[in-house]
Ligand binder design. Structure first.
Ligand code: FAD
Length: 321
């Protein structure tokens, strides 16, 4: 089997950009993604939210960012395998074998852009939760704000995500109730202030007690007091459990399960690089603009270190295309 120059594991924003950059430098590249759609967190967790800190894009939704990244990627030759979970990466005689639940592919270099791993939302923790989620009464993220138009919504959570979504829902929903089990929110002060001066009805310190038909009952923490109101939908924003599996034997990971990287984004295994949320080093910031830069570092380091049997392209992108 003819090996590729590079296999990228994970088609989140960083993996998609890394694939474009590698192709632009002249590497043969394949991306393997476990989900059925590329785009990672922005596409799956917050497709309609506006992102403001991507250079050159004043404001872009998660879905549009993915669309733009795919358009950029389409400029170079590549393979994108969706719906395949990478389970094992092995290195033998300088060549990596990347094994998924469907096949094994070989490459001279591997770049891990697995982000936070395979994401699973934290649940509310009630008995009939799965049934309510299947009926669309309980959601863990919003893929379309339209579903909440004119509805009475209860948002559970105390972090930035719960605060941000409450503010966005306020624009389309009939009523928004924000329920948090503590008195203080964990989010940015400025967002908390915006929520407090909005029409969002804040209930603290309360937690879920019961839901009968559309009648939601909240229980006050350490108290017998309760509160009832009518809701159509519940949004649970308790964060995500990550399933960050160690893909290669002896791969050094830090306590949070992220792969330790050196200053050129190489792991402790030569030829195995990491970028984006999957990487860790002193001062690491889990932001996309940082991840894009890490991908550039990794690809350029790789092109210097690994031996390829064909010429690569150097220079500025403005003189390549
Ligand atoms: C609500 C919210 C708002 C945010 N807002 C911003 C913002 O405004 N600005 C900003 O810069 N960042 C923001 N972030 C963070 C940003 O989304 C992440 O930093 C970014 O998604 C990281 O990109 P990534 O490609 O490294 O990983 P991810 O987006 O996590 O993508 C990783 C991909 O790898 C795949 N994968 C994982 N394991 C495997 C495997 N074994 N085999 C195959 N595929 C695998 C996953 O399915 C996923 O598609 C926000 C995050 C959230 C949750």
């Amino acid at each position: 089997m003819q090996e590729l120059d590079l296999i990228i594991v994970g088609a989140g924003p960083v993996g998609l950009y890394a694939a474009f950059y590698a192709g632009m430098r002249g590497l043969s590249v394949a991306i393997i993604e476990s989900a059925q759609v590329p785009g990672g967190q922005p596409q799956n967790l917050y497709p309609e939210k506006l992102i403001y800190d991507i250079a050159g894009l004043p404001a872009v939704t998660g879905a549009d960012l993915t669309k733009n990244l795919l358009e950029q990627l389409a400029q170079i030759s590549h393979r994108l395998f969706l719906g395949e979970s990478v389970q094992k990466i092995e290195k033998e005689e300088g060549i990596f074998s990347v094994t998924t639940d469907k096949s094994t592919r070989r490459a001279k270099g591997v770049l891990l852009t697995t982000g936070a791993g395979l994401l699973k939302p934290r649940k509310l923790g009630i008995d009939n939760e799965e049934t309510l989620a299947n009926e669309g009464k309980i959601s863990y993220f919003i893929t379309s704000l339209k579903e909440f138009e004119g509805k009475n919504v209860a948002v559970f959570g105390g972090g930035d995500s719960a605060l941000d979504w409450s503010l966005m829902l306020e624009k389309v929903a009939k009523n928004v109730h924000l329920v948090h089990r503590r008195t203080a929110f964990r989010g940015h002060e400025i967002t908390v202030d915006r929520v407090m001066s909005s029409n969002v009805q804040v209930h603290t310190p309360y937690t879920f007690s019961n839901l009968i038909e559309n009648e939601l009952e909240l229980k006050k923490i350490k108290s017998e007091e309760s509160l009832n109101f009518s809701i159509d939908k519940i949004l649970v924003n308790y964060g995500f459990l990550t399933n960050q599996v160690t893909l290669a034997e002896n791969l050094e990971v830090s306590r949070n399960g992220r792969v330790k990287a050196d200053s050129m984004m190489q792991s402790n295994i030569e030829g195995l690089y990491v970028a984006g949320d999957a990487s860790d080093y002193p001062g690491k910031m889990p932001l996309m603009s940082v991840g894009f830069g890490e991908a550039v570092h990794a690809i350029n380091a790789m092109t210097k270190k690994l031996e390829f049997d064909h010429p690569l392209r150097g220079g500025h992108s403005s003189s390549i295309f």
